[in-house]
Each structure stands twice: as C-alpha cells, then as structure tokens.
Design a protein around this ligand. Sequence first.
Ligand SMILES: [Zn+2]
Length: 402
Amino acid sequence: MRQESTSSAYAAPSVSGAGELLQLLRDETPRTRAELAKLTGLARSTVGARVDALLASGLLAPSGEAASTGGRPPVRFAFNPEARVVVGADIGATHGRVALTDLSGRPICEIGESLDITDGPEVVLDWLVATTRRLLEQAGRQPRDLIGIGIGVPGPVEHSSGRPMRPPIMPGWDGYDVPGHLHRDFDVPVLVDNDVNIMALGEHAMAHPDVEHLLFVKVATGIGAGIISGGRLHRGAVGAAGDLGHVAAPHAPEVLCSCGNVGCLEAVASGPAISKALREIDIIAESNSDIVDLVRGGNIPAALAVRQAGRTIGEVLATCVSLLNPSVIVIGGSLVQAGESLIAGVREVVYGRSLPLATGVLQIVPATTGVQAGVIGAATMVIQHALTADRVDLAIARLSAS
Ligand SMILES: [Zn+2]
C-alpha cells in the first residue's frame, strides 16, 4: 500500500472511500488533489491517500498539470478506462457478436460470427470462451486484465443466477448455469440478461446517458421492453419486467400466440404477424428484412401494415407511459429499419391517448446504436457492477494485501 504522503505526523487516513472518490472521477474530467478536496469536502490528506490507492490500482492515472500558482504545477488525475477490459457478448438466435471494451464501454475490438443457439449451451459457450481468448490476444491484453463478462441471450433469464428460464427459442438452455460454464476458464464475474435489457443498457449508455427514465422497445420476431428507471435498469422481482410481447393488445383479433394465449401483442404486431397480414393480400415477406426491403422500396400495403403494427404497439405503450412516465421511448429491433412507418404508428397512438403532462416532454425516437447496442450494453452491465464504490474498495484491499 502506498501511503508515503500521509504517513508522518498522524495516523494514515482510511482509503476505504477510494471507490466513492472514483465514482466522481468516472466523468473522465482530470482534477488535482486540491480540486478533489474542495469538491468532496474531505481533508487533503484523506483525498491524497485515496488518490494514491486508486493510482496503485491503475484505475486512476496522471493526466497533465494544472496551471501553477507559483512553484511546481499540481498534477491532475483522471479515471483511466484502459486500466482493465470487459467482454460484452450478444448471443442471438443465429448470430453471436462479442466485443472487448474498455471501462467506459468503448469497443476495442469485436468479432461477429454465425452460430446456432439451438446447438445448446456447451457448444455456444465454448465458442464464447474461444472468441474471448482471440479478442484478448488481438488487443494484446492478458486474462488478468479482464474484470468481467456480460452476456445477452434471446430469452428470459433469472439475472441473479445467470440461468435462462424456459426460453422458447433456446432448447437445452433451460436452467443452464451460464456463469459456471465461463468460470471453467475465467475467474471473473459473469452476468447474464435477456437481449432486450442488454440493448436498453447499450442504447441508454451511448445515446441517452443523461436520461433518467427511458423505455427501450424491441420490435422484431418478438416484442419486448427494457426499462431504465432512475438511471438504472429495472428488472422486477425475477427479471421478467418489460416482457410486453405477451400483454393482451387492446382491440386485437383473437390470434393464437406461441405462448398459448390469444391476442398477445407479439401475435398481432411482430415481424411474423406483419408477414402473415401481408400474405393474406398476396404479398410475400418471409423475414423481417423482407418487410424492411418492401417498405423501403415504396410498397404501400407493406408500409401500412407496419404502421398498423406501430399503432397496436402504441396502444400498449400508452399504458406504459401512464405507469412509468418515461421522457424517452426508444424503438429498436430489426423492424425499425423500415423507416418512419413503425414509429409514426407508435407516436400517433401514444400522443393521442396519453395525458398531456406525461407526453409534454416525451420523445419517441428510433434506436441509434444498431448492431453494437447488444455488446456495449452487455459490457455496460459488467462495468456498472464492477465499478461500484464497494467493489472498487474491495479490489483495492485485495491488491494491498497481496
Ligand atoms: Zn403470447
């Protein structure tokens, strides 16, 4: 432990508040010891000890000098996002994307490959382990630089245990110990969540970092939402919050859903539901990207069908707006690439049905992070977990004990 600067006339102040000090520095603004003392109201000696502990951990690094007020100019310090690396993995039904990011969630390098989720957890997670090793090698980093692995999967997950729970499109994954599998190779925290929560975290971190209340809605083969409330992801009691796909859509026809109920939002407004509606008027769109291509190519019935799906989703979202009072609704997922039709339908109903107080500041916008939302969100989930004040203090205590 480096405490030279505080060791002489008085007892060394505790550095257990170093993690708290780091929270303040995570905005990446460089500050001097004096500026930090002023900002926190702490004694200069306390700040000095905490800065030293953070410097020793690598999480803080010198970052230039402040203007001199006579004598040696004081050194500024800033959060060092390159101190460690994080793995963010976005596992889809047919595609996997893995990024190595810094501690700000910025991707350093990335690998995306085709895979088949139905090959089961052993095959897919072995691929993830091998891909993680390749990324570490590409970036010239060691496994000890890794602080955690975040994984998004296309199905419900019990977040506390990292086990998928009866995921409909992931045969063989029900109850599987995903973190346990990764722990065979990497001794770091492994956090797992469903793809929609991961995308919500990614979109929030990248495009709307200052928004406290945000609803992210994915519209693709399935429909789901990720809820950011008070700046944090709201998962609910068992991680099922935001599962909008199987909410009954108001005024929906009695269409049978894959879950066994009738009239679910997913059964009437998802990509497959739009395909089915188009087939009834002899327009063939087998996949979500076929629908997107039709709309972009100026096919009016396809644009109308997508807009109608937007309205139906809007009816459910109007209820969500009354319940959650978000200031931003982000619409993501493959169907948002169809352009304005989907969002126009959502806006039409949400602004028409919600009360002015709730819609006065409400923006309804398309997702902007695209394919990177998943990997960045998965990395963000790990960073939020690993860099809390408590865990930073713990890491520093371990470092000084070793
Ligand atoms: Zn359903």
